[in-house]
Design a protein around this ligand. Structure first.
Ligand code: GDP
Length: 470
């Protein structure tokens, strides 16, 4: 027994060494976040900065010169759309810079890095190749995981109970509650309900709320108009709903959505991720007010739950032992703030993450929270104001093309007031010019070896995959 075990162990460790030497390591980096959080800009700037490496001092492998080359290669997954890097980079850095088209569905890009290993091995082994497979997917799809554990009845009850607190929800909840769900199904009525429900979800997103599942209702892609995306929550029926009723049909479609839309995404994409960054427009939520922050906090908890195998039976069956090793929550668009506010922003993100970790009872992957700007569109400017000074940011306004120095307003000094909406009371944050802060990307003249300007993108890269490049 002992000897045989020893031999097996020996062979196993030999196997590991052999495959490490001959197989090129792959890091699958998931990039997600709700729509407009900044995924497209993040990936484009990250890849451009890794290819150039002039602005990545906090990524150790870049600073030390260990990364000798970085180049794009055909991705391994033949049926996943390729992330349109070249078009997005041209949009951001062209003569007339503009924001690229946002993420609508899953896409992928392979960046390969030639790395010189450090230490003694470096001299012996020569260059090795590490592939960074970046997988971009909408955060809305991730939040759908919550549906996997809910029956149609539970989902309906939950969804209807949140409606009154949300914009546009009062009228809809009244209309839906007034229905007799046991009545015979009728397609035009289902379509009308589904359309009102979709419009309501879009409106809640617009108002800064994070949880707006089912996620595909907002980003339908080629499923638009199909039965899996044509349903709505209904008030409970007493007893069991008769065959051919509105309730039965809605329930059938809800279950089909879980089985035919949510499940394949988790199986084909999510289950294969090694490292994950979750981008968050936290400034937008803070500006929108305590309800939106509360909702963001709940969404972060749900997201961490998705990365906790064991909690969700459906997920455990897909992951079978594999797990995401690192998760970064990054607040984007930090260039809307003068750096004097960055410390507060980071403290808020860290407090939100600690809270989410505690609530999700999360012990697993290494987590971190920071505030970044993937593409810096502003410069800082301190202006005199009523005998005092204001820390502003200056940039080109998207609407008018004019330059302006704007003052976003303040973030709370103590992040805990955001975690306890009761304490925040009527306080409003970022109530300066934040609501008119829509900057265009700045016109750039990049020298060779210079990626687009950013804030802490190199730190984010170091946390996410820096360890695998040394
Ligand atoms: P996606 O939907 O997550 O792919 O989001 P995008 O990457 O398309 O970003 C949405 C919008 O956020 C962009 O069109 C920009 O207006 C803004 N944005 C994203 N990243 C930055 C950034 O680093 N700085 C600034 N100022 N704006 C950004």
């Amino acid at each position: 027994g002992d000897i045989a075990d020893g031999v097996t162990r020996g062979l196993e460790s030999l196997g590991a060494t052999v495959s490490e030497t001959f197989m090129e390591p792959v890091i699958r980096l998931g990039v997600t976040g709700l729509s407009r959080a900044g995924k497209t800009v993040f990936i484009t700037s990250l890849v451009a900065n890794l290819m150039e490496r002039g602005r990545m001092p906090q990524l150790r492998a870049a600073a030390s010169g260990a990364i000798q080359a970085a180049y794009l290669q055909p991705q391994p997954d033949n049926t996943v759309p390729r992330f349109d890097y070249e078009a997005h980079l041209a949009a951001l850095t062209g003569h007339d810079p503009h924001w690229p088209e946002s993420t609508r569905a899953v896409s992928e890009l392979r960046l390969s890095l030639k790395v010189r290993p450090g230490g003694l091995l470096g001299a012996v082994r020569g260059l090795r190749t590490v592939h960074l497979d970046i997988v971009d997917y909408p955060g809305e799809w991730l939040l759908d995981l919550g549906l996997m554990e809910k029956s149609y009845a539970e989902w309906s009850a939950d969804t209807l109970s949140h409606m009154p607190e949300r914009p546009g929800g009062t009228a809809l909840v009244q209309a839906l509650n007034g229905l007799d769900a046991a009545r015979p199904l009728d397609e035009p009525a289902i379509q009308a309900m589904s359309a009102s429900f979709t419009a309501y979800l879009a409106q809640t997103r617009e108002a800064g709320f994070s949880d707006c599942s089912p996620g595909r209702f907002l980003l339908p892609g080629d499923l638009a108009g199909s039965p899996v995306l044509t349903f709505a929550p209904l008030p409970a029926v007493s007893g069991s709903a008769p065959r051919g009723s509105l309730w039965r049909e809605m329930e059938r479609r809800y279950e089909a959505y879980k089985r035919e839309v949510v499940k394949p995404f988790f199986r084909d994409h999510f289950a294969r991720i090694d490292r994950q960054v979750v981008l968050i427009d936290a400034l937008g939520a803070i500006h929108a007010g305590p309800r939106a922050v509360e909702d963001l906090r709940r969404a972060m908890t749900d997201i961490l739950g998705a990365f906790r195998p064991g909690r969700n039976a459906f997920l455990s069956s897909l992951l079978t032992g594999k797990r995401v090793e690192r998760i970064l929550f990054a607040a984007t668009k930090a260039d809307h703030l003068h750096h004097s506010q960055h410390g507060r922003m980071t403290a808020i993100m860290q407090a939100l993450m600690r809270d989410a970790r505690r609530r999700a009872d999360f012990a697993g992957a290494q987590t971190s929270a920071m505030s970044i700007a993937a593409l810096r569109a502003t410069v800082e400017e301190t202006r005199p104001h009523n005998g005092d000074t204001l820390d502003c940011v200056r940039g080109t306004l998207l609407e008018t093309g004019r330059q302006a120095a704007l003052y976003p307003g303040e973030l709370p000094e103590d992040p805990s007031v955001l975690l306890e909406p009761a304490r925040a009371g009527a306080a409003t944050w970022l109530d300066g010019d934040y609501n008119i802060m829509r900057f265009a990307p700045a016109r750039l003249t990049l020298k060779p070896g210079e990626g687009p300007p950013h804030i802490r993108l190199d730190r984010a890269a170091e946390f996410l995959f820096g360890d695998r490049l040394l």
